[in-house]
Design a protein around this ligand. Structure first.
Ligand code: SAH
Length: 218
């Protein structure tokens, strides 16, 4: 192997090792994360650090989540290949790209038009044709496409937003970080039953806040 190929293979091994050692054990999730290169989702100065297990700054003052957190959230969502998934908080588009490997269809919304435009461009150039990215205030969900089998929120809400609960199918699952933006937040898994909702608290996390309305560029 050339030095370059060696380096890429080693980087990939370290990336997958970090995921496993932080509790990402689901085979399908690991395969998806092995397949989708995080590099293109990070531009500029921080792009060199794309394969480290850390959150990094992206445009519009937002962050791409830590890969192991992406893995743990995806695992908690229990996505199947028949599922129609809504993601609130497109950001870089990385989480949506991972979901696209596991689900039938992914809708992802962000309040910043610039992030949606840049992510859509990556989806197009990488042939991720089952993702639709839309500029919208995701706290209201996506009524046109509802109901969803799975919903993932990648910004912290003070409570799971009512419209999102309403747009979840019976038997559906939503994963959402809940808590104040400057305090400890917890990742919550909500499961919808015939008669109501079950809530599981999974782990402490730290996310940027879910903000109402469109960004100034949106
Ligand atoms: N999932 C992303 C990281 C998300 S960062 C990734 O894989 O890179 C959180 C994102 O949520 C930010 O891009 C922010 O603009 C978005 N956001 C915050 N409030 C929102 C709202 N009400 N509706 C839609 N997007 C929102």
């Amino acid at each position: 192997m050339s030095d370059d190929a060696d380096h890429i293979a080693e980087r990939k091994m370290q990336f997958l090792f970090a995921l496993r050692s932080r509790g990402v054990t689901d085979k399908a999730v690991l395969t998806a994360m092995e397949k989708v290169d995080r590099g293109p989702f990070i531009r500029g100065y921080f792009s060199e650090r794309a394969y480290e297990d850390m959150p990094l700054p992206i445009a519009c003052g937002q962050t791409i989540s830590q890969p192991s957190v992406v893995g743990l959230m995806t695992q908690a969502l229990k996505v199947s290949s028949r599922d129609k998934v809504l993601e609130v908080g497109t950001g870089s588009g990385y989480q949506a790209a991972i979901l696209s490997q596991l689900a039938r269809r992914v809708y992802t919304v962000d309040r910043h038009k610039r992030l949606v435009t840049e992510a859509s461009e990556i989806f197009r150039t990488h042939d991720l044709t089952n993702i639709t990215a839309i500029t919208a205030d995701g706290s209201f969900g996506l009524p046109d496409q509802a109901p969803f089998d799975r919903i993932i929120v990648t910004a912290a809400a003070e409570d799971p937003p009512g419209p999102l609960l309403a747009q979840l199918k019976i038997g559906g699952i939503m994963v959402v970080p809940v808590g104040q933006s400057d305090a400890v937040q917890h990742l919550i898994r909500v499961t919808r039953h015939e008669t109501g909702f079950d809530y599981d608290e999974l782990r402490p996390v730290r996310f940027v806040p879910l903000v109402e309305g469109l960004g100034r560029d949106g």
